[in-house]
Unconditional design. Structure first.
Length: 168
C-alpha cells in the first residue's frame, strides 16, 4: 500500500513537469541579461505635508526576450535595495528598509504588464512597521490597481510615518 502511494506521489509531479516542458514553446534565443546598480535621491512633499526625501540604493537585473526575427517581445526586471526616508529639516532621523520587486514589461515603451513585490517596508523601533507597500499591481506601478497592503492610503499608517520624520 505504501509503495503504491509513493509511486503516485512521484508520478503525478513527473507527468506535470513533462506536460509543461512539452507545451512550452522553444525560445528563439537565450534572453539578453543586464545587471546594474542604482543610487537615486527623490523627494515628495505630498506624503506628509513637508518634504520627505528618499535615498534609494540597489541592484537590478533585466532579461530581454526576442522572437526569431530579433524583435523585442518582453522585458522582465528584478530590483532590490534599501530605501532611506528622511526630512531634510530633521536629517538625523532616517527610516530605512529593504525593498524588492519584479516587473514585467511588454517593451520599453512603457506598457507594463504587472509589478509584484515590496516597494517599501519601513520599520521603526518602538513602532513596528510604519510604511509598507506590498502586493501585486495590475497596470502601471504605483498608480495601477493594487492587491495587497498600501500604507500611503491608510491615514493611521501615514500619521505614524510622518510624526517620526517631523521636526519636534
Amino acid at each position: 500500500m505504501f509503495a503504491k502511494t509513493l509511486r503516485k506521489a512521484f508520478a503525478i509531479p513527473l507527468v506535470l513537469v513533462f506536460s509543461i516542458l512539452l507545451a512550452h514553446p522553444a525560445a528563439a534565443a537565450a534572453p539578453v541579461i543586464e545587471n546594474g546598480t542604482f543610487d537615486n535621491l527623490g523627494g515628495d512633499s505630498a506624503l506628509c505635508g513637508f518634504m520627505v526625501l528618499n535615498h534609494e540604493v540597489g541592484t537590478y537585473q533585466t532579461r530581454s526576450y526576442f522572437d526569431n526575427q530579433g524583435n523585442l517581445q518582453r522585458i522582465e526586471m528584478h530590483v532590490n535595495g534599501t530605501d532611506n526616508f528622511y526630512n531634510p529639516d530633521n536629517p538625523s532621523v532616517v527610516l530605512s528598509g529593504k525593498f524588492a520587486g519584479n516587473f514585467g514589461f511588454v517593451d520599453w515603451s512603457g506598457e507594463l504588464l504587472s509589478t509584484q513585490g515590496v516597494p517599501y517596508h519601513i520599520t521603526a523601533p518602538g513602532y513596528g512597521t510604519v510604511l509598507v507597500r506590498a502586493g501585486l499591481w495590475l497596470d502601471y506601478y504605483p498608480s495601477g490597481q493594487v492587491v495587497g497592503k498600501n500604507s500611503e492610503i491608510d491615514p493611521k499608517d501615514m500619521q505614524q510615518f510622518c510624526s517620526i520624520l517631523a521636526v519636534h
